[in-house]
Design a protein around this ligand. Structure first.
Ligand code: PEP
Ligand code: MN
Length: 342
């Protein structure tokens, strides 16, 4: 439910009504728009007497929201959210590129790739330390040793780091060490993990599940946000379809559709979407043209010998070429390409 206040309502009146609503057991999230305030109500609003609230002379309208997600909903929060991760902005007028290998493999590898992607214009470094692999016999990632190497790469380049969390048991260590916590597609509906990450203060990159609807995805964001962590960035990473030529199918529509539904920033992962290095550039450009707020791209210094996802990894040269094509497109979309902080 949202309560739209009349333009120019004094703050004391808004505070008075907020207390009244909180006394009914509701959580009130105010949004201050141009000249008018909207109070978003979360909780059991079914028992709230809308008529009584409308009687308040400062209330313009009370609207029941049918959508099951509230905190992620644009109706509650009309302006785009800007989320900061390690000082790097996502959303509203910015275009932010995260790049790096699928997995951290060695100190030399991660530092070399970090330096290369930074030189090409990436603002953050990605690299998996804990890898969700379809087969238990595949490389599972370097674990905590990989996390240490990511920290060393951050130290060497100044690039903030993005890496995937797979278990709530690592929340404390991720809280301390990681700048942006990735929830992978396979864990999008791991509700216990979402709830624990929702208690953290670090921003979260929430990838879309392999076959999740927009609403299911928004509800997963809601799990995180309802625990208190409202810093969620969404990521379209391709969905399962009947097509077998590509690894997944990038759902370009997700970008404008989700932007209508939610105020959260949304980026795209053209690497997992297509599954082949030659598909990364066209998919990345399509996502930027559809209004994405950034990209997460797999880049490897030796794709042929990568321990994971080499076939979809760009070489640093190909990544440079992609960045050159992106620059004018990002500008045409009225956005600024975010530079590395240092
Ligand atoms: C990844 O980013 O390496 C990854 C495993 O992504 P996803 O969860 O989208 O498959
Ligand atoms: Mn990967």
């Amino acid at each position: 439910m949202v309560v739209i206040m009349k333009p120019g309502t004094p703050q004391e009146e808004i505070n008075r009504l907020t207390v009244q609503l909180e006394d009914l057991g509701l959580t009130v999230s105010p949004t201050n728009g141009v000249g008018c305030t909207i109070l978003g109500l979360v909780g059991d609003t079914t028992s709230v007497d809308m008529g009584k609230i409308t009687l308040n002379e400062n209330v313009d309208r009370v609207v029941r929201i049918q959508e099951p997600f509230k905190k992620a909903n644009r109706k509650f929060h009309p302006q785009d959210s800007v989320i900061l991760a390690g000082g790097v902005p996502f959303g509203e007028g910015t275009f932010t590129v995260i790049a790096g290998p699928c997995s951290v493999e060695s100190k030399e590898q991660i530092i070399e790739v970090a330096q290369d992607v930074k030189d090409c214009g990436a603002a953050m470094l990605r690299g998996g330390a804990f890898k969700p692999r379809s087969s238990p016999y595949s490389f599972q990632g370097m674990g905590l040793d990989g996390l240490k190497l990511l920290e060393e790469a951050r130290e060497a380049t100044g690039l903030p780091i993005v890496t995937e969390i797979m278990s709530p048991k690592y929340c404390d260590i991720f809280e301390e060490k990681v700048d942006l916590i990735q929830i992978g597609a396979r864990n999008m509906q791991n509700f216990d993990l979402l709830k624990e990450v929702g208690k953290m203060s670090k921003p979260v990159l929430l990838k879309r599940g392999l076959s999740s609807s927009y609403e299911e995805w928004m509800l997963s964001a809601e799990y995180i946000m309802s625990e208190g962590n409202e810093n969620v960035i969404l990521c379209e990473r391709g969905i399962r379809t009947f097509e077998t030529e590509t690894r997944n199918t990038m759902d370009v529509s997700a970008i404008p559709c989700v932007k209508r539904m939610s105020h959260l920033p949304i980026i795209a992962d053209p690497s997992h979407s297509g599954g082949y290095y030659w598909l990364v550039e066209p998919l990345a450009l399509a996502a930027a043209a559809a209004g994405a707020d950034g990209l997460i791209v797999e880049v490897h210094n030796d794709p042929a010998n990568a321990k994971c996802d080499g076939q979809q990894s760009l070489t640093p040269e190909n990544f440079r070429a992609l960045m050159e094509k992106l620059r004018p497109l990002v500008e045409m979309m009225g956005k600024t390409l975010v530079q590395a902080v240092v």
